[in-house]
Write a protein that binds this ligand. Structure first.
Ligand code: PRP
Ligand code: URA
Length: 206
C-alpha cells in the first residue's frame, strides 16, 4: 500500500512538540494546524492542473492552474476537526463532510454516531484523522465515503501504527495514506507507541 511518511525538518520539529506531554492544548492546536498544512500540501501534490495563459506586466506566459475537480475534506470527529482548517485555508472551494466515530474505551472498537456528507461522486476525497491506531475508525470512514460515491479516497493522518496501516490495506487495498509518522506498535489498550496519547483530549483539553 502506498504509505507516504512526511519527510521535512519542520514537520519533525512540530511532531516532537506534539508528542511532548507538557505541550498545552492551545499550543497543541496551533501545532496541529501547522502540521496539517504541510500534510495538506503533500497529500494534494497529485491533483490535476490545466494550462492557463496570462499576461504578466512584461509578457505573455503559460502557467498551470487547478482544474475544477471538487475537493472534499472529511474529518473523523472529533480529533479530525483539527485538520480541517489547513485544507479550507489553502483550497477555498473545498467542501467539508463529517463522519462521527468514537472508540469504546474497553474494546477500542469505533461506534458511528454521526454522518453528514455532500455527494462524493467525481470528487477528490481526503479523510483526515490524526491517529491511525487499530485502523477500525479509518476502515469505517472509508466504507462510508465509498458508499457515498468516493473513488480512491486518500487518508491523511499525523501518527500511524503498522497495525492500522495493515487493517486499511486488508479492507481497502491500495488506499493512499499520508502520515507525519509511522510509529512502532500499539500497546495493550490500543494506544500508539510512542504516539502522543489521546489526540482529541489533548486538542480540546478534556
Ligand atoms: C481516536 C482518533 C481516531 C481513532 C483511531 O478517536 O482520533 O479517530 O481514535 O483509533 P483506531 O484506529 O483504533 O480506530 P476517538 O475514538 O478517541 O474519538 P475522539 O476523536 O472523539 O477523541
Ligand atoms: N487514538 C488516540 O487519540 N491515540 C492513540 O494512541 C490511539 C487512538
Amino acid at each position: 500500500m502506498p504509505v507516504h511518511v512526511l519527510d521535512h525538518p519542520l514537520a519533525a520539529h512540530i511532531l516532537t512538540h506534539l508528542r511532548d506531554q507538557t505541550t498545552k492544548p492551545a499550543t497543541f492546536r496551533t501545532l496541529t494546524y501547522q502540521l496539517g498544512l504541510l500534510l495538506a500540501i503533500e497529500a494534494t501534490a497529485e491533483i490535476e492542473t490545466e494550462a492557463k495563459t496570462v499576461e504578466t506586466p512584461l509578457e505573455r506566459v503559460t502557467g498551470r492552474v487547478l482544474t475544477h475537480q471538487p475537493l472534499v475534506v472529511v474529518p473523523i470527529l472529533r480529533a479530525g476537526l483539527g485538520m480541517v482548517q489547513p485544507f479550507t485555508d489553502i483550497f477555498p472551494d473545498v467542501s467539508v463532510g463529517y463522519v462521527g466515530l468514537e472508540r469504546d474505551h474497553a474494546t477500542a472498537v469505533a461506534r458511528s454516531y454521526y454522518c453528514k456528507l455532500p455527494p462524493l461522486t467525481g470528487c477528490h476525497v481526503f479523510i483526515v484523522d490524526p491517529m491511525l491506531a487499530t485502523g477500525g475508525s479509518a476502515v469505517q470512514a472509508l466504507d462510508v465515503v465509498k458508499s457515498h460515491g468516493a473513488v480512491a479516497p486518500t487518508l491523511v493522518c499525523i501518527v500511524s501504527a503498522p497495525e492500522g496501516v495493515a487493517e486499511v490495506e486488508k479492507h481497502h487495498p491500495g488506499t493512499v495514506i499520508h502520515t507525519a509518522a509511522l510509529d512502532r506498535a500499539l500497546n495493550a489498550k490500543k494506544y500508539i507507541l510512542p504516539g502522543l496519547g489521546d489526540f482529541g483530549d489533548r486538542l480540546y483539553g478534556t
